[in-house]
Design a protein around this ligand. Sequence first.
Ligand code: NAD
Ligand code: DAU
Length: 396
Amino acid sequence: MAKVLNRKTILVTGGAGFIGSNFIRHELESYDDVVIVNLDKLTYAGNLENLKDIEKKYGLASLNLKPKTQDLRPDLRYFFVKGDICDRNLADSLLSGKYFKDKEVGQGTHDARLMTPDSIVNFAAESHVDRSILDAVPFIDTNIKGTQVLLEAARIHWQDLGSGTRDMVPNVFLHISTDEVYGSLGKTGEFTETSPLLPNSPYSASKAAADLLCRSYYKAYNLPIILTRSSNNYGPYQFPEKLIPLMIKNALERKELPVYGEGLNVRDWLYVEDNCRAIDLVLRKGNIGEIYNIGGENEIENIKVVKLICKILGEKAAGDSRLDELIKFINDPRGKAHDFRYALDCSKIKKDLGWKPVSKFEEGLRETIDWYLSNRNWVKKVVTGEYQEYYKKIYT
Ligand code: NAD
Ligand code: DAU
């Protein structure tokens, strides 16, 4: 039986990370009938700083405050829950609505039913390839076991609701996956959604395992699953361990710019806002049981990315036209696990849902650099002692 609600309540996991926080902002700013419950463990990669404006505009400072019913405004549409996706009790409590009833939030304008998620968008993951090579354990725990916990909780709480066709299914479990599950390409070719899964790092192996679990829950239980697999995202709020923000940060600090190997590996860069639009479209209109590739149509070698960052920063802020002298080619810490090239055939999402990426790489990179220049305090705040330890392990 379909629930009749005039609001859409989405459980976003990993919403305090890079793509998740951009997605939450996108949803709340685009629709006034969306309620977001953000479940995040706040690992080193998750920062409430990423959502400070959102918390202020749409959220309670903290659910622990037990707000009075009369304080609950209809524009209160963002709720943060600190927790682990591996915690089955918490997942059950959120999906049954018990969590909000117990917190005494679900009253008045905020009927607890309205805060019981009808969809899940699962971003939560350990997401950095280099870290997975240092220690695979957290990747197995969060990316595989955590996904299975969410799938199982959804299966139990949504069991009466699915009937197969999109119009009849109020619930969607949208799992966010990656092009890395397909493995590596040579200089030519593109992956389609039916390409074999050939992951090469513990990170991508854990993501591929989660994808297969999702598939099995769709086949075995008719759980309304959809998957997206996107290429490399870039944009505001990306943690400075990934190539683009790391190079911006180091260049601004006049530190070495460490390029793995000869810098000839190719990535297809997708502006995060383009990805958020695609995820939103898939959530609302995607076909149940399907996988959608999402690429940026911006393939470029790493060394060219780094040189472009140096050029733009030189023009904009650093007042230094020789930033590229900071480039240092280092032994590749990924070894054979370093995928040479990714490229996605995105004809399915274009044809079925009418999506296409709009950001050109240099434009998006300029916007990203502007954001990092205006948010230097954000970088200072998110980089902790743990980051310094990690940096030493990889780069010295
Ligand atoms: P991120 O590392 O920036 O953020 C991950 C978030 O998940 C953090 O907020 C972290 O605190 C949270 N988290 C980690 N373990 C958790 C747990 N056990 N329970 C609850 N929360 C937990 O990652 P991102 O770059 O935003 O990537 C988001 C998703 O998109 C991931 O699933 C990743 O595999 C996928 N993806 C990323 C890219 C990319 O280029 N960044 C591309 C394709 C797919
Ligand atoms: O393709 C999608 C994937 O993109 C996501 O699934 C991952 O979560 C995300 O982290 C990203 O993975 P990559 O490994 O491609 O991204 P990263 O920014 O870490 O590296 C991009 C390229 O730059 C890669 O070829 C390695 C190289 N590199 C990276 C760093 C951090 C360097 O040369 N030097 C560096 O210091």
